[in-house]
Design a protein around this ligand. Structure first.
Ligand code: F6R
Length: 614
């Protein structure tokens, strides 16, 4: 979950590291630090809290050199504090390490190292790594590459590290063990970059290579050598990433979240373009293919994901079952491997992950693999682990998503799931050509409908101001918009810190309705879909209990207008696609409540963008 960056070249390292960290701050913002070799020794600057603290500190106490590493932390072991901030220095001051992941056996290693005389200066698990390296460097006279390789052999768990040694200040050593966070190598002109995520290096290079789990790399300004953990050289591929570096900038927007909400028209257009052949009523994917025989024999699809991605999977179930007639189970990824899933022969496990690095989702994929399923994935981050593990993948076409709260990845995934269902429907013969043609025509209208919805931001913001003091809220939905209720509530929780519960509307009378009073607003998802009547009656019931009511409703809906205290209007949308237009007012509602409350929308407390630990 932490962000890692490294640089070696001829330029001044500190500004490059700080700039890289600025673009990685979404990975964690409990503390930040850099280490630079200044020609004599390793200089460390660390500060607790957001990156600005570190930037200020470096301005007060500048540090210059041509090689260095940096880190932005999401605390796992040890409270957020300067002493627990990375980089961590070895006892002899010769080695420094940044780390992402969890060393599962760190207590045992710490005991062992303490018994050997090492003194620990932090509460982190990371410190065992740097002491282990020092042990091999000093005690066994090894070089930094070999000492790191030996140290890595002791670690259990998923970990990614970058190491800098004053004894060999021309190189960085980096490694990836397991699935915790990727390591990307960036190739510049006589300079090299290392980063946990692409946005940190995109402004310098788009030529990259990705480390696989169980690989390490020795990085000098001339290039990189990739090695196995047994020290054997491994050939690797350099790829050019298509992302535009400007996409990782906030531009004229106040927050990344707002920018990304508004990028949904473009995201959906790019997602649909190139995959649809309207004349032939066909959908095609570049990296996911199935034969009609394979598709016809799929007995079941498991969709597995976390958080917002999980909510998109709940909509996906509708698509796969209604359009392709494939039984589909949606499982929270952190539960998948513990439920001993019954995976029939020919089943597909479809993972959804914006980052492609979520530890639980990767573990669910591994479980699927163990049980013989075909692995498919819908992912955004190019080169991510989920992308590389999958037998077939769909790449979201939305560019980097920086805001911790996911928005554009959600709507693009809904479009991807819809298209995947159409693709399978064609292969399985479950829809006629005329039906598919109509569904494709519907999809083609979606970017415009989303554009129209976004133009209503001021109306949504005005309603948000009316509810800015709410402490609790219910978001109710049914059928295909039940996941929309979950997603809307999650947005409000995570960025506005309002207790919001997404709930199946039909379940209210079985208990939760007891909570309603004049201080408990109820937001009902009531666009024109097959559950509309039920949802309208839900608004009536909530009103009868004295709760303030809000509705997401379709333009011209007089009943919604007369019943609800506030209506978030959306344009008429084909009902299968209504989760896309209906979620947009909820994204903006949460955004405006949070900004009205003066909260940091892009970096909500306690969260990080990629959850690379269990
Ligand atoms: C919420 C949010 C999270 C993520 C979840 C999965 O706004 O962003 O709930 O959706 O952590 O992340 P990915 O999609 O990267 O696997």
């Amino acid at each position: 979950m932490c962000g890692i960056v490294g640089y070696v070249g001829s330029r001044d390292a500190a500004p490059i590291l700080l700039n890289g960290l600025r673009r990685l701050e979404y990975r964690g913002y409990d503390s930040a630090g850099i280490a630079v070799f200044d020609g004599q020794r390793i200089q460390i600057r660390r500060a607790v809290g957001k990156l600005q603290g570190l930037i200020d500190q470096v301005a007060r106490e500048p540090v210059h050199g041509h090689i260095g590493i940096g880190h932005t932390r999401w605390a796992t072991h040890g409270e957020p504090s300067v002493r627990n901030a990375h980089p961590h220095l070895s006892q002899n001051g010769q080695v420094v390490v940044v780390h992402n992941g969890i060393v599962e056996n760190f207590l045992a290693l710490k005991d062992e190292l303490q018994a050997e005389g090492f003194t620990f200066r932090s509460d982190t698990d990371t410190e065992v790594i740097v002491h282990l390296i020092e042990r091999y460097l000093e005690g066994h006279g090894m070089g930094i590459v070999e000492a790191t390789r030996r140290a890595l052999k002791h670690l259990r768990g998923s970990n990614a590290i970058v190491v800098l040694a004053a004894t060999e200040p021309d190189k960085l050593v980096t490694a990836r063990l397991g699935n915790a966070g990727g390591i990307t190598l960036g190739f510049g002109q006589d300079e090299m970059f290392v980063a946990s995520d692409l946005p940190a290096i995109l402004e310098h290079t788009r030529q990259v290579a990705f480390l696989e789990p169980g690989q390490m790399a020795v990085v000098t300004r001339e290039g990189a050598q990739v090695l196995s953990l047994d020290g054997e050289p491994i050939p690797y591929e350099i790829t050019t990433v298509p992302w535009d570096p400007v996409a990782a900038e906030k531009g004229e927007y106040r927050h990344f979240m707002l920018k990304e909400i508004h990028e949904q028209v473009r995201g959906l257009t790019d997602t649909i373009a190139g995959r649809i052949e309207p004349s032939a009523a066909r959908v095609r994917f570049l990296h996911l293919e199935a034969t009609p025989e394979f598709a016809r024999r799929i007995p079941k699809i498991f969709i597995t994901a976390c958080g917002t991605a999980y909510h998109s999977g709940l909509v996906g179930k509708f698509y796969f079952e209604r359009l392709a007639r494939i039984p589909t189970e949606v499982v929270i990824a952190s539960e998948f491997r513990y439920m001993d899933p019954i995976v029939p022969e020919g089943a597909v496990v479809l993972a959804i992950s914006q980052s492609g690095e979520t530890a639980d989702t990767l573990a669910a994929m591994e479980e699927g693999r163990r049980k013989g399923a075909t692995l498919w994935a819908i992912v955004n981050v190019i080169g991510s682990q989920a992308m590389r593990m999958a037998d077939g993948y769909i790449s979201m076409q939305v560019g980097p998503e920086i805001s911790v709260a996911s928005t554009k990845a959600y709507t693009a995934t809904l479009a991807d799931l819809y298209m995947l269902a159409l693709y399978l429907a064609e292969l399985r013969g479950t829809l006629s050509e005329a039906q598919r043609r109509q569904l494709i025509q519907d999809l083609l209208t979606l970017p415009d409908l989303v554009g129209e919805t976004l133009q209503r931001e001021d109306q949504y913001a005005a309603i948000a101001r009316r509810f800015v003091r709410a402490q609790n809220m219910f978001y109710l939905g049914r059928g295909i918009n039940m996941p929309t209720a979950y997603e809307g509530a999650l947005k409000l929780k995570e960025i506005a810190y309002v207790h919001a519960e997404g709930y199946p509307a039909g379940e209210m009378k079985h208990g939760p309705i007891a909570l309603l009073d004049e201080n408990f607003p109820v937001l009902a998802l009531a666009p024109r879909d097959p559950w509309y009547e039920k949802m309208i009656s839900q608004v009536e019931q909530s009103r009868a209990r004295g709760a303030p009511t809000l509705a997401v409703a379709t333009d011209g809906d007089d009943r919604a207008a007369s019943l609800a205290d506030a209506v978030l209007w959306v344009p008429e949308t084909p009902w299968l696609l209504s989760p896309v237009t209906s979620v947009i007012p909820l994204q903006l509602f949460a955004y405006h409540i949070a900004t009205e409350r003066g909260l940091d929308v892009d970096q909500p407390r306690n969260l990080a963008k990629s959850v690379t630990v269990e």
